[in-house]
Design a protein around this ligand. Structure first.
Ligand SMILES: Nc1ncnc2c1ncn2[C@@H]1O[C@H](COP(=O)(O)OP(=O)(O)OP(=O)(O)O)[C@@H](O)[C@H]1O
Length: 320
């Protein structure tokens, strides 16, 4: 759906993006990962033409972005930034309504859509619809930013460090909820972050960039096994462990085993959390509890090591 073909962007003499070539499939969440200044945001902004490339071509649905009418392109593409970009003098309803109003949707339709979107991002419409941005926490503002980006039902969403300014617990919640939403909506998402764990958790594909260049591109399990020396150093030895953040306890627990093992994990915890709990409590099996606090099953160490082994084997067989 989105194709970058040898894209270059220079600012004066400085090369910000250096011959980037990647293809992002429909419904895929592609993370652009790299250190500050490596060209992630510039790459993202060339997709919706906030910036035009110096060289190369970007296609959406097979058509050069330069051939789209700007308004058509922006309608196709939602955009979420770290600072949320909410207008401070507009309340939540007005902020989310901006694009539908530009598209001349009926007011009744817009109000229904606003209510639906606030609910969809996990907030109460009655409580939040009339609030102003300065009455929202960082996490709440980010949710409204996501709701606003979804307002015109775009096929593509560009997200620039969307959860960067949020504390770690809220950040994890936002990640989990966005992934849940994404499983339903299946938008094509390009997501910029410099947080390795976030990238390995969120990405169907990860593009690792350094100094404007693409260093690795592939599924998380692939990039952690990359033999590119920059990628190895950048991701560090813990990267393979971090891949475990992609898998939840609920998906891997043995439901038949409801024994109380005295170390408890939530069904929404990921396998890296569970491994951490095992090491902390010095146990090899933990009970998994559901949202009511009842024991729903268990996970043991061998399950986690099998997941890691299987991932590694799959990758090795892909490579051979
Ligand atoms: N408008 C601009 N004018 C001049 N130089 C720019 C401009 N925008 C970006 N750059 C430069 O291009 C390079 C890439 O910047 P970019 O913002 O794309 O990096 P990034 O990876 O997104 O970094 P960060 O995570 O800090 O936002 C940097 O060296 C930056 O200083």
């Amino acid at each position: 759906m989105i194709r970058l073909d040898n894209v270059v962007k220079t600012f004066d003499e400085k090369v910000a993006v250096d011959h980037m070539t990647i293809s992002i499939q429909t419904g895929e969440l592609c993370v652009l990962l790299g250190q500050s200044g490596c060209g992630k945001s510039t790459t993202l902004r060339m997709i919706n033409r906030l910036i035009d490339p110096t060289q190369g071509k970007i296609e959406i649905d097979g058509q050069d972005v330069m051939d789209y009418k700007l308004e058509e392109l922006r309608r196709k593409i939602g955009y979420v930034v770290q600072s949320t970009g909410l207008f401070p003098h507009m309340n939540v309803r007005e902020n989310i309504s901006i694009v539908p109003r530009l598209l001349k949707k009926k007011e009744d339709w817009i109000l229904d859509r606003v209510i639906h979107l606030i609910d969809m991002v996990g907030l109460s419409p009655e409580q939040y619809i009339n609030k102003y941005p300065d009455e929202l926490s960082g996490g709440e503002a980010q949710r409204i930013g996501v709701a606003r980006a979804l307002a015109a039902d775009p096929n593509i969403i560009l997200m620039d460090e969307p959860f960067g300014a949020v504390d770690p617990i809220n950040r994890k919640n936002l990640q989990d909820e966005f992934l849940k939403l994404q499983r339903e909506l299946k938008k094509t998402v390009v997501f910029v972050t410099h947080d390795i764990e976030e990238a390995l958790k969120m990405g169907d594909k990860i593009a690792i960039m350094s100094k404007g260049k693409l260093e690795a591109f592939g599924a998380p399990e692939e990039v952690v096994l990359s033999d590119n020396p920059f990628v190895q150093t950048f991701l560090g030895q813990e990267a393979t462990l971090k891949v475990l953040t992609r898998y939840t306890a609920a998906a891997y627990m043995t439901q038949a085993d409801r024994t109380d093992y005295h170390a408890y994990a939530s069904h929404s915890d990921d396998l890296k959390d569970i491994l951490g709990l095992m090491l902390k409590e010095n146990v090899t099996t933990v009970s998994v509890v559901d949202e009511t606090g009842a024991i729903a099953g268990s996970i043991d160490f061998s399950t986690i090591s099998q997941v890691m082994e299987r991932r590694n084997n799959e990758q090795n067989s892909h490579g051979s």
